[in-house]
Design a protein around this ligand. Structure first.
Ligand code: FEO
Length: 397
C-alpha cells in the first residue's frame, strides 16, 4: 500500500482482514475489519501496538520500508488482545533491543501469551517518554477493553492512540481518515464494535471519556477502523451516548418460534405499539439475526420485549443465547415485557421470569403464556402488555 501519514513522521500501518468470518470467533464481520498499528519516527522510534498474526510478514516489510535498517526503540503496548499483539514476538525477534512499554498489568499478559518480557518500561498515568520532537504521554483506561488497556497521547501532533476505544468493524476500503469516507457505512459497524466488545464496560468507558477530556486532541487513531481527524465529535458523541445508557423511545421485540405461534404473539404486540404511536419498533427472530446486531438496538431503545416457546422444558436455545449475551453486558435502565408459548409442561416463560429477576429491568406487565395457537383472551393480554410499554415510554417523551 502507499504510505499513509498521520503527520510528517507518524505512519499508519493498517491491514484489512476480509477473510475472518467471526471476530473473536463469535461476532460476525461481513464487512471485515482492519488492524491498525502506528509508527513514530524521530530520534527514537516508537511502534504503537502491532497487528493480528496473519499479517506479520507484510507488517515487517512495511516497517522496514519506512525505517530501513534503523532499529525500533519502543513498542508501546496499549492493549494486549492478540488482534493487536499478534506480531509482538516477531517484532522482538527482529528488533531484540526494543523496549516494551506497558503498565503493571501488561507484562503479565505478555508472559502468559508469548514470552518472559526482559526489556520493559513500566508506565502509569501521566508518565512521559521523549522521542525527540515527539513526546509520549500515557493514560490508563482499564477495561476498555481489558484490564491493562491504556492510551498513548503524542503531545506534539496532539494525536491520541486509543486502542479499541473509538474503533470499528469494517475494513478501510481505500479511505483511512474520517473525511475520506462516507461515514454512513460505519454507523452500524462503529456501534457494533462498541456494543459487542466494550459494551459490558460502559462505566469504564465513561471514566475514560472524562479522563481524556482535558487533553487537546486533534486526531484519534484507534486500532480498528477510521482515523478521526475532521469530525471527532461524530464518534465522541456516540460513545458518550451509548456508554451512558442514553436510550431513545423505541422497543426491541425478540422472539424464538418453531411453528409461528410465538411469532404471532410478537406481531400483536408490535402492531399495538405502533397504534399507540411508538415509531421505533424492531422485531427480530432470534434464530435468524445474530445477537451482535440485536444488542445494538438494545443499546438504542428503552423498551425490550422477549418471547420464547418452551423447548425441552426450557428456553428456546437461540433466545437463551441472546439473553445470556444481555446478562453479560448488563445494559441499564430498560423497560421489560415477556411472553411465550408451550405445548405441555412449559419452561419458556418460567425461564424468562428468571431472566427478569437477574437483569432487574422494570417489568411493565405480568408475563403472558399461551398454550398452542394464540386465542382471544391471550391476544387481549398482549395488547395490554403493549399498552403498558407504550404508557411507560410515552410519558417520558
Ligand atoms: Fe481489538 Fe480488545 O482488541
Amino acid at each position: 500500500m502507499q504510505q499513509v501519514n498521520l503527520s510528517e513522521d507518524i505512519y499508519f500501518l493498517g491491514f484489512n482482514d476480509r477473510r475472518t468470518h467471526l471476530f473473536e470467533n463469535i461476532w460476525p464481520i461481513p464487512h471485515g475489519i482492519s488492524y491498525n498499528s502506528y509508527l513514530i519516527v524521530d530520534e527514537k522510534i516508537a511502534l504503537v501496538d502491532t497487528v493480528e498474526r496473519s499479517f506479520i510478514d507484510e507488517y515487517l516489510d512495511e516497517i522496514e520500508g519506512i525505517i530501513g535498517d534503523r532499529a525500533i526503540d519502543y513498542l508501546i503496548i496499549n492493549h494486549m488482545e492478540p488482534d493487536h499483539s499478534g506480531a509482538l514476538k516477531s517484532i522482538i525477534q527482529k528488533y531484540p533491543d526494543i523496549k516494551l512499554v506497558g503498565n503493571k498489568k501488561t507484562f503479565g499478559f505478555v508472559e502468559s501469551f508469548y514470552l518472559t518480557p526482559k526489556n520493559v518500561v513500566e508506565v502509569y498515568d501521566d508518565y512521559r517518554i521523549d522521542l525527540g520532537k515527539h513526546k509520549l504521554q500515557f493514560q490508563m483506561i482499564p477495561m476498555v477493553h481489558w484490564p491493562e488497556t491504556m492510551v498513548t497521547y503524542e503531545e506534539t501532533s496532539k494525536i491520541v492512540f486509543s486502542g479499541d476505544a473509538f474503533g470499528s468493524y469494517g475494513t478501510l476500503d481505500g479511505g483511512i481518515f474520517d473525511d475520506e469516507i462516507n461515514l454512513d457505512f460505519y454507523e452500524v459497524e462503529v456501534m457494533r464494535y462498541f456494543t459487542n466488545i466494550v459494551g459490558k464496560y460502559c462505566p469504564h468507558t465513561q471514566r475514560a471519556i472524562k479522563k481524556l477530556a482535558p487533553l487537546d486532541i486533534k486526531m484519534i487513531a484507534a486500532t480498528h477502523g477510521p482515523i478521526w481527524r475532521s469530525d471527532l465529535d461524530w464518534v465522541l458523541t456516540r460513545y458518550n451516548k451509548w456508554s451512558s445508557y442514553d436510550l431513545d423511545c423505541g422497543v426491541v421485540i425478540v422472539y424464538g418460534s418453531m411453528y409461528g405461534n410465538t411469532q404471532r404473539m410478537a406481531e400483536v404486540i408490535a402492531r399495538q405499539l405502533a397504534v399507540r404511536g411508538i415509531k421505533n419498533i424492531r422485531v427480530y427472530d432470534a434464530s435468524k439475526t445474530h445477537s451482535s446486531y440485536i444488542i445494538n438496538d438494545i443499546f438504542k431503545y428503552k423498551g425490550f420485549i422477549v418471547g420464547s416457546p418452551a423447548y425441552n422444558n426450557s428456553l428456546f436455545p437461540n433466545v437463551e443465547i441472546l439473553l445470556s449475551t444481555i446478562e453479560h453486558m448488563a445494559p441499564k435502565d430498560h423497560y421489560l415485557g415477556v411472553f411465550g408459548n408451550y405445548s405441555w409442561n412449559g419452561g419458556g416463560v418460567k425461564n424468562l421470569k428468571l431472566f427478569a429477576e437477574k437483569i432487574k429491568w422494570e417489568m411493565v406487565y405480568d408475563p403472558i403464556e399461551e398454550m398452542g395457537a394464540l386465542k382471544t383472551d391471550k391476544k387481549a393480554e398482549l395488547v395490554k402488555l403493549a399498552n403498558a410499554m407504550a404508557d411507560k415510554l410515552l410519558v417520558e417523551n
